[in-house]
Design a protein around this ligand. Structure first.
Ligand code: 7PJ
Length: 266
């Protein structure tokens, strides 16, 4: 019931020659390691959404993501997810057989709703973001962050349903770090249960994020314990899928959560 999604970045800065053969081979090996470590989904992304990251063309993103999805699909039956905002990338990934489209823009870009609606089974994760990736951390502002994130997600669910995407295919994500101050992020985590009232499963991404660094004052590669704590809190508050870099350690933590809340594995 609790699922772990392993993050696989196929951007040039994540592999020495990302997009080329060695980069692809490294990506495949990393994916298979995450599967061996217990990942239920592998989320493959070719466009960085960090503040200030350069835009990537459709062709460049296709070249980064599609061959890697094909390589993993040929080697493993693991559920694949594609982290993209672009309709053309969604379409090609769906042809390869991805289980989920993970869109930090919640299918708001041109053609994205239609691309997902053309499939009658692919799952979709709708994420909340205030503003655009380039500028979203400049002045995040809310009267009530939990209510506003909930209202946005409810509105995107309606848009999906109108486009013909069944509710059963939809996951929701408050989008930690996407147009939110540290205070907003912790308020969302503290009140995560409230988003369960939307009646759809929650997918949560907290792994190594700056809201953790803000508290523990450690660089991104020294945030494992904080990431495990955050994933555990989210799972105890009802998250269904946690999206993480450190699969093996997170799977262990989620097994303890499942044993506690559902008696699984005892
Ligand atoms: C998220 C994401 C997230 C979903 C990224 C990072 C930044 N997709 N893609 N949720 N974050 N659904 O991993 O630190 O939180 S990219």
């Amino acid at each position: 019931m609790l699922h772990v999604m392993g993050i696989l970045n196929v951007t040039p800065d994540s592999f020495s020659d990302g997009g080329r053969f060695n980069g692809r081979d490294l990506a495949l090996r990393q994916a298979l390691q995450m599967v061996a470590d217990g990942a239920h989904y592998i989320d493959v992304g070719g466009e960085s959404t960090r503040p200030g990251a350069a835009a990537v063309s459709v062709q460049e993103e296709l070249d980064r993501v599609i061959p890697v999805l094909e390589l993993i699909a040929a080697e493993s039956p693991v559920a694949l997810s594609v982290d993209t905002c672009k309709a053309a990338v969604m379409r090609e990934a769906i042809k390869v057989g991805v289980r989920m489209v993970n869109d930090v823009k919640a299918l708001r870009d041109d053609g994205a709703l239609a691309a997902v609606a053309e499939s009658d089974k692919v799952q979709v994760c709708l994420m909340h973001m205030q503003g655009e990736p380039r500028t979203m951390q400049q002045q995040p502002s809310y009267d009530d962050v939990v209510a506003e994130v909930g209202a946005f997600l409810a509105q995107r669910v309606s848009a999906c349903e109108q486009a013909g995407i069944a509710r059963e295919r939809i996951f929701l994500d408050p989008g930690f770090g996407f147009g939110k101050s540290v205070g907003h992020n912790y308020q969302l985590l503290r009140q995560l249960e409230q988003l369960q009232s939307l009646g759809l499963p929650l997918l949560i991404g907290l792994s190594r994020k700056s809201m953790l660094g803000a508290v523990i004052d450690r660089p991104v590669n020294e945030r494992l314990a904080a990431s495990i704590a955050a994933a555990t809190i989210a799972a105890m508050k009802g998250a269904h899928i946690v999206r993480v870099h450190d699969v093996r350690e997170t799977v262990d933590a989620m097994r303890i959560v499942s044993a506690t809340i559902a008696g699984e594995g005892i």
